[in-house]
Design a protein around this ligand. Structure first.
Ligand SMILES: [Zn+2]
Length: 441
């Protein structure tokens, strides 16, 4: 039997690709030990195979690149070193980098560096990514636990978690601000550096963190684990699923299932819209992880979660721009007209909805998915950046007469600054996709 492949090129006006802080399968990707078990209908081009021509996307990329080059890695690394007992080489930044979410920016910065290097071959970006990974490796070796981080009082926090002392009201875990969210961002950045620049040390450091996650949660009962998941935990499931796919070690797949918010995700799998009143960006990454895991396992529940959530959010909770949320929260479906404030549509939400759309598209390509993608990419993501300064918005206001408010270079470092670092250097991945259909003779 001879196996041939019909390359069915489907050029779409605006499409999806690759794996910044997440992963969409590529054709015969040698870096993935675990291949998709479900029938893939489309694959992503590697971003290095796509050239971005002149236009507004290139303009936005240039502004982002200028900003990324102003960032000093040693300043983002400052508390990673201090908390590992090493001397800081730079003063830490202000904004969220001095708050409970300290360290999340470094993960996004690593992803942005790796993406831009892959897209353009710019060696300065490779140099910076390699340097940061070397530094994180040094921190990890100094700590000896596998963990690396810059979260205030993190050692006490994680010790209490490992002992089963779990307290959360939503964004806090034992008084710390969404610490798993930050762990996810760092893992995602390391995975991107491995995937885009072939840095083996990045994979090793990521695996060290994954092993630490396993170690400190091993004594938590399922009910305590669920109690912990009341706090925003980013896409921990997604990072662990991808660590499983790369290493082939099933332990990480099993661990990804522990980061399963049963209350929310079981409801979504059953087709119930339980989203009103929920913080939007806390939920989206959980669903991305399910959509990705479905590709590797064929788990029907994960498939149902992804499909129902996407339909519900894009058709019943999204504004005309493709963005969602008012003051970061979702509310009554199909009733958005009285929620047109200065704080509509958090940009991170759309960054994540685009990722979810990509994960679903490779399984079931449809114009509806890409219509949404195109709408949200142009009207929200591209519109979220000041193309002159490279600064980005947290919210894109839909208030009549409203205006955009942009981040500051070195004093913001919000979640949307982090995702914004990536948003505007990965337009090259969104031009075309090839659908390859296998035929047997
Ligand atoms: Zn945000």
């Amino acid at each position: 039997m001879k196996k041939t492949y019909l390359i069915c090129a489907v050029l779409l006006a605006c499409c999806t690709n690759t794996f910044s802080q997440t992963y969409v399968p590529e054709w015969k990707d040698s870096k993935m030990k675990v291949k998709p078990i479900v029938d893939m209908k489309a694959y992503a081009f590697n971003v290095s195979d796509v050239k971005l021509l002149d236009g507004p996307f290139t303009e936005a990329r240039k502004a982002d690149v200028n900003y990324l080059l102003k960032i000093e890695p040693d300043r983002l690394l400052s508390d990673f070193r201090v908390h590992a007992g090493l001397k800081a080489k730079g003063e830490k930044y202000e904004g969220w980098e001095t708050s409970g979410l300290a360290g999340h920016t470094l993960g996004h910065y690593l992803s942005a560096l790796a993406l831009h290097y892959a897209a353009t071959g710019d060696k300065e970006f490779l140099k910076r990514a390699t340097y940061i990974v070397d530094e994180l490796d040094e921190c990890q070796q100094a700590r000896k636990t596998g963990y690396i981080g810059a979260i205030p009082n993190e050692d006490i926090l994680w010790l209490s978690v490992s002992q089963g002392d779990i307290r959360s009201r939503g964004f806090d875990l034992n008084g710390a601000w969404s610490p798993w969210y930050t762990v996810h961002k760092i893992m995602g950045g390391l995975l991107d550096v491995y995937l885009y620049t072939n840095n083996q040390k990045a994979l090793k450091v990521n695996e060290g963190i994954a092993n630490w996650v396993s170690e400190i949660t091993k004594n938590l009962s399922d009910s305590l684990f669920q109690k912990m998941l009341v706090t925003e935990y980013g896409g921990m499931n997604d990072a662990l699923v991808n660590t499983y796919a790369i290493t082939g070690n099933k332990k990480y797949l099993d661990l990804s299932y522990r980061f399963y918010d049963k209350k929310l995700l079981d409801s979504l799998a059953a087709g119930n819209d339980v989203l009103p009143g929920k913080h939007s960006n806390t939920q989206i990454p959980k669903v991305i992880g399910s959509a990705r895991r479905y590709q590797l396992t064929g788990d029907k529940r994960d498939k149902d979660i992804g499909a129902f959530f996407w339909e519900t959010v894009t058709k019943h909770h999204s504004y005309a721009t493709g963005g969602n949320s008012n003051y970061e929260y979702l509310s009554e479906p199909d009733k958005l007209n009285d929620r047109l404030t200065a704080n509509t549509t958090e940009t991170c939400n759309t960054y994540n909805m685009l990722k979810l759309t990509r994960e679903l598209f490779v399984i079931n390509p449809s114009a509806a998915l890409m219509d949404y993608y195109e709408k949200a990419l142009y009207n929200h993501i591209l519109a979220s950046q000041n193309h002159t300064t490279g600064m980005v918005t947290y919210f894109v206001s839909l208030r009549m007469g409203g205006k955009k408010e942009y981040s500051e270079e070195f004093n913001s470092f919000t979640c949307c600054v982090g995702t914004g670092m990536e948003n505007h250097v990965k337009y090259g991945e969104n031009i075309t996709i090839v659908e390859r259909m296998a035929a047997y003779m």
